[in-house]
Each structure stands twice: as structure tokens, then as C-alpha cells.
Design a protein around this ligand. Sequence first.
Ligand SMILES: Cc1ncc(COP(=O)(O)O)c(C=O)c1O
Length: 378
Amino acid sequence: MKVEFYKHNLGPEELAAITQACQGTILTTGGYATQAEAAMQAYLGYGACLAVDSCTAALHLALLAYGIGPGDEVITTPMSFAATANSIIMAGATPVFADVEAFTANLDAAQAEAAVTPRTKAIMPVHLYGQMCDMRALRAVADRHNLVIIEDAAHCIEAVRDGLRPGELGDCACLSFYATKNITCGEGGMLVSRDADFLARARCISCHGIDRSANDRYGKAYQHWDMPMFGWKYNLDNIRASLLPPQILKMDAWQKRREELSLRYMAQLAGIPGVDFPRLAQNSKSAHHLQTAWVAPDLRDRVLVRLQELGIGVAVNYRPIHLLQYYRGLGFAEGMFPVAEDIGSRTLSLPLYVKLADKECDHVVESLRSVLAGLQAS
Ligand SMILES: Cc1ncc(COP(=O)(O)O)c(C=O)c1O
């Protein structure tokens, strides 16, 4: 039985929407992007949204719109995708890593506080695998040191922890609609915030720092545009944006199915000797983006190869950022963030998506059980 690592769940509603968008006049940012922003705002129930062409763009824009740049430090987690720390470098600032909690793999608030210096301007936590960080603890750290919080919520739109959603206690949250995310338009992202001035600055920076979008210039009486600030080209086009509103309506139902699958996985993984997995904190509803299993570090890579040979899609989320070649070149080395390094050496991700059938889930678990038993015996 072949089991893909990921399958999207785009269906007739999404196809109808993208067809309609392609039949319209405005292919670049316009009404569909505005609809996607409104749909996400209605889903989250707070603030406002800015549609952009990736979560990386949203992270970069957030830093720029807060005026964070050269000479500033931003504290983040090494247990994430490279984009998180890269966005800090893109803004000209310096990423400062702090270690993670052993049981969730999320940024540890005490470690983040220990990394604060007079140059620290922001904390960029990542809600890893779909579970939110302890935002109350991080907010307390940020308030003690007058820092902004930019939440990397690429894995996590649907989660709630201690009654809070992503971006609700931080200053903003950055969402991803990348090809394998919980909802997707191939490549896309969104910036969410309660701060209207910040979002207006980010909107301007997202389109070269000019003060009128192409849609504004087309739809209204001609007005010259000006460029009050320097900007980048991060706007989301109507074609991709059109895929989002129908999916946003289904997000909760999809989360429930992934939750069911994840509980099924965890109940079975708990019975396999030598397998562990991240735990859910109290009062935490996860978005269940990734299904993680932790195995012995000396077996992990062989488990990956054997599962792939059996036709099961797997991934590693993640080897810690500070040990990637480029970051080693900046002076980071083994031993600096032992918890993240330990997790990075043991982690593997199993298939988790709405279209995964129960019997496929069970087959993945049984395959992992037999692969591990074989390797442990050899
Ligand atoms: C934790 C995390 N942050 C940021 C990103 C970047 O997202 P995007 O590909 O939309 O730029 C990803 C993408 O995979 C991610 O997993």
C-alpha cells in the first residue's frame, strides 16, 4: 500500500472559484484577495488580515513594519523551518536562538527571557506542528522587556490554547498557505493583527511602498500614486487568493478529521517500544498540522529510508536551524541548544491529512512498528 506524505483537499468549490477568478479582469491583487482577508478575519474573530504571497513574506513584512532592522536582535526557536530565522536576516536584523521545551518542542519562555539583551526588539515564536506556544508566558516576557511578538503560525491557524488563538496575544501572526499546509493555494500567506496602523504600513510595504494598488488605480478615477516608503513585492494575486475562502469555511471540519487521525496515531504509537511523540499541553487544542514520531537518533535515518522503501511518505520537521550549513557559518555549533538538537536527531513526520484513511494510518503505524523491531534486533 502506497501512502503519500501529503494530499491536498481542493475540490469542486475551489475549482469553481479559481475558474471564476481566471474569467475576471483583475488577475493580480483585487476582490478575491479582499474576500480571503475578510474570510480569515471572520474565522479568527479578531483584528484584520493582509494577504501576501508567502508566510516568509509575512514574517519579513512584520519585522519591517515594526521598524526592526540592522543592529536589532530577534529571539526565535532553532526548531523550525529555515524561513523563520531567514526572515530576520532578510530584515537585516540578527537571529538569536533560544532552546525549546522537551515535551512540546515549542520555544521555551524561560530560555527566551534568558536570551534578551539591550538590542532585543522582538520574539518570534513558532507554533510547531500545530500546537500553540505558551503565549501567556511569552507575553509576560515581552512585556517585561518591551518587545513585540511576531507569531510564526505557519502550522497553526485553527488552534486555541488557554482561550487564545494564534495572533491574539502576540502583536501579529503570520500564516502560510504553502502547498502542504492545512489550507493551501500553492504558495501564499497572511499577516493578521489587531493593530490597524501596523497593518496599513505592512500593506504599503507589501507592494513596493506605493500608496495605491493596481486594482485601485484601475477601478477608480485616475490618481497618481506616490511611494512614501521603500517596499517589496509580496502581494497575493486574485488567482491564488480565490482558492482560500471556500477552504476557510471547511477549516474546522478538516481540523476535526486530522485530530481524529492524530489521536488514532498517538494511541497506537504509545504502544511501540522506542517511540515517543510531542505532548499536548493542558487547555490546548492543536491545529494538528504534522504528526511527529520520535525514535532513537541512531535509528532515525534508517527508519526514514525503510519507510520510504515501503511506499510511505515521510519528512523531517526539522533538523535545527542553527546546525544548517549557512548558520554554522555564522558561528552556531553543536551543543548550543541541546533540547532542539536532541529532538532534531530523533524526529520524523508521518502522513497526516484529511484524505488519509483510517486503514492507511494503521498501515503506517504497523510499518513503523515492524521497521523498528527489525532495526532494533539487528
Ligand atoms: C514553521 C514555518 N515557518 C515559515 C514557513 C514559511 O512558509 P512559506 O512557505 O509560506 O513562506 C514554513 C513553511 O513551510 C514553516 O513551516
